[in-house]
Design a binder for this molecule. Structure first.
Ligand SMILES: NC(=O)c1ccc[n+]([C@@H]2O[C@H](COP(=O)([O-])OP(=O)(O)OC[C@H]3O[C@@H](n4cnc5c(N)ncnc54)[C@H](OP(=O)(O)O)[C@@H]3O)[C@@H](O)[C@H]2O)c1
Length: 311
């Protein structure tokens, strides 16, 4: 009964532990929800919701071959969009995953640690290290969007930044993005519909001391954003969010005391630091059709620090 089975983009362990809910809508679109639970049996529910042909819900048992069929439909058609998130086990990426899955999107997360995210409904997890040149991504046939979250904060006076520091910043922020986009490119080719979101820092367009290595690497990311936006147009939109200090594990070293938090907040015209939830909402906007006429942009989310000077 518990055969190991797999479908594009997701490994399904035990079919006898899946509850499959399938809603057949009048216009022939499928919506499906998969829930794991010990001892659950596989049950399908089919409804017609057309007012003219309304019928009472009917529950029926679905054989395993039908489950594979339904799952494939669900991955490619039914559960909102398919989004790839490189990174996502913490910070902005984690908030974005919560946001997207609450809207019925499926999120395929690739990062080094699961950190419990695979327990979130509609999330599949695969281990992936962006610094490994030979790392593979297991992707569904088609993707509606991709977000690249890995980043670094390594602030040092220029004289103390080693070649290894510069190389590491480039690997995680820039070359990792290049490799991941290369792997996902074919799946993202959906004319006019798919979107890539990258992350940069305010320290690229505003000179800040001790930021030489990260500003170089993120400057490369901003260049990549504009170049690919031009090259992939009109099929794939590419945009970038340039953040100031945001309250995530990445920034914890800069925010680990009340004094540091207050000083950081005070430096921003809006007198606070960034919230990963609001950054996630901006990323979700750039992934969505509401931003369908925006590409090649670097958008600052920075409490005004990059452009305003208060008198
Ligand atoms: N927070 C800030 O103050 C700030 C400021 C400016 C710019 N940014 C940028 O905003 C983006 C999001 O940052 P965040 O604050 O949300 O960072 P975060 O909390 O550290 O999250 C980064 C995510 O990327 C993953 N990741 C890191 N290294 C990886 C690797 N080698 N391979 C695969 N996955 C990796 C991490 O997961 P695993 O550890 O599980 O791999 C994690 O899920 C970054 O690009 C960052 O540079 C942040």
């Amino acid at each position: 009964m518990c055969n190991e089975q797999s479908a594009p983009g997701l490994e399904v362990g035990c079919f006898c532990r899946l509850r499959l809910r399938v809603l057949l809508v009048g216009n022939d679109q499928w919506k499906a929800r998969l829930r794991l639970g010990a001892g659950d049996v596989v049950v399908g529910e089919r409804r017609r919701n057309l007012a003219t042909r309304s019928r009472a819900p009917k529950t029926e048992r679905i054989e395993s071959f039908q489950i594979i069929f339904f799952w494939k439909r669900a991955v490619t058609v039914g559960m909102g969009r398919n989004i790839l998130s490189i990174g996502g086990s913490s910070g902005v990426g984690l908030e974005l995953i919560k946001h997207l899955t609450s809207q019925d999107d499926s999120v395929h997360v690739a990062s080094r640690n699961d950190n419990g995210i695979s327990a979130i409904p509609n999330v599949s997890f695969q281990e992936y290290d962006v610094t490994r040149k030979d790392a593979e991504l297991h992707l569904p046939e088609s993707l509606d969007g991709m977000v690249y979250c890995p980043g670094t904060i390594n602030l040092k006076p220029f004289g103390r930044i080693t070649d290894e520091d510069f190389q590491n910043e480039l690997e995680v922020n820039y070359l990792g993005a290049v490799r991941a986009i290369r792997l996902a490119h074919a799946a993202l080719k959906k004319p006019g519909k798919s979107s890539i979101v990258l992350f940069s820092t305010v320290a690229v367009q505003t000179g800040l001391p001790y930021h030489a290595s990260i500003s170089g690497a993120k400057g490369a990311v901003e260049g990549l954003c504009r170049s690919l936006a031009a090259e992939f147009s009109p099929d794939i939109r590419v945009n970038c969010l340039a953040l100031s200090l945001t309250d995530t594990p990445l920034a914890s070293g800069l925010l680990n005391s009340g004094d540091k938090r207050t000083a950081s907040a005070d430096r921003h015209p809006l007198k606070r630091i960034g919230d990963p939830k609001e950054v996630a909402q901006a990323a979700a906007f750039l992934l969505g059709k509401e931003s369908g006429f925006i590409t090649g942009q670097v958008i600052q989310i920075d409490g005004g620090i990059s452009t305003l000077k208060l008198l």
